[in-house]
Design a protein around this ligand. Sequence first.
Ligand SMILES: Cc1cc2nc3c(=O)[nH]c(=O)nc-3n(C[C@H](O)[C@H](O)[C@H](O)COP(=O)(O)OP(=O)(O)OC[C@H]3O[C@@H](n4cnc5c(N)ncnc54)[C@H](O)[C@@H]3O)c2cc1C
Length: 382
Amino acid sequence: MSTAFRFDPVELPPACEALRAEVREFIAAELAAGLWAANSDFGSHRSGEFSRRLGARGWIGMTWPKRYGGGERSMLERYVVTEELLAAGAPVGAHWIADRQSAPLLLRFGTEEQRMTFLPGIARGEIFFCIGMSEPDSGSDLASIRTRAVPVAGGYEVTGTKIWTSYAHESHFAITLVRTGPADADRHRGLSQLILDLKSPGITIRPIINLAGDHDFNEVVLDCVFVPADRLVGQEGEGWRQVSSELAFERSGPERFLSSFQVLVELIRRAGPDPEPHIAEAVGRMTAHLCTLRRMSLSIAGRLQAGETPNLEAALVKDLGNAFERQIPEIARLIAPALPRAANDRFDEVLADTILHAPSWTLRGGTREILRGIIARGLGLR
Ligand SMILES: Cc1cc2nc3c(=O)[nH]c(=O)nc-3n(C[C@H](O)[C@H](O)[C@H](O)COP(=O)(O)OP(=O)(O)OC[C@H]3O[C@@H](n4cnc5c(N)ncnc54)[C@H](O)[C@@H]3O)c2cc1C
């Protein structure tokens, strides 16, 4: 059955703009103190200390109930804080997964005890989570995972290997997808989500160094790891449905089109106030794309605020957004020779770093082919 895309326009209320000014003031003070250099790729820019400073301002867990350490603010207010932090290139990566994904999952499916245990620490920027979904032979085809959780007295014993687990080496817990039931009749049944304490005996975290030479992701080997029964998230066997519900949060935010924003900033800076016509045209085109993507992404924030789950539109924003953020360094590389020379700006450094990180952006969080399959199904084309 086909579904039409829906992108209702969203106007930000005045309270959001006041909040934006507050965030900009905070960022200006951080930059003036030389605490970090701008990098808008949330996946490769992390600082636990920055996360704690952000937590102290109330800018992690902004939308959650106050009893869990949240701020009871709107999705649109959260959006404004998020886009300002990413546009400024703040080191948001340490708390990113916990704030965006793990905590909303626990709010929706977790027990009261789990929420009370984890959420206040996440909101303070003290507890970090990672995602243990992919395995050496299971990426796009996630339902084929083989990590198994076998019932034992008081909980489960988990054995298997997870791969590409971003920040596992700097996180405290992993929301891990495991098989708890047979895959015979319906592969999507019999999957469950467990909160894994990464300090548990039997866990080995090995670094995987990426193209840029950075240690962002890992291989996580689980050898008979005991997980207490009260660390099961939601219902046993319902892991697939629960994982799917995370996707609108994971796929629609400004982190899906702002990763290379610093290249655009530095390009405009180097081009100066009176650029050559073809440079002005390239900048104009990129800016127009950016504004459109932002309106689409903001529209999804509006629907999340209304309690909806716009997974189809989120897949579209991620696909278009990832294509855009990969295109920026490519365009910048091609027009770089025509830019005025400048000895003391960051353009070359930012471009080189972005070129090395950009290939992964269309893979993380679901590849483009998979997203296009979801979009095609939503449009009734398959
Ligand atoms: C930077 C980065 C960070 C990551 N962080 C995490 C993390 O924290 N936790 C985690 O669990 N995973 C993480 N991943 C893994 C990521 O989710 C997977 O790489 C992704 O799902 C693709 O899986 P795969 O690498 O096994 O590729 P495969 O699934 O083997 O796909 C290989 C190629 O085949 C295409 N393909 C596969 N199936 C189909 C199909 N049915 N139709 C058309 N084309 C298809 C794919 O699009 C892709 O181009 C991360 C990946 C990256 C790059």
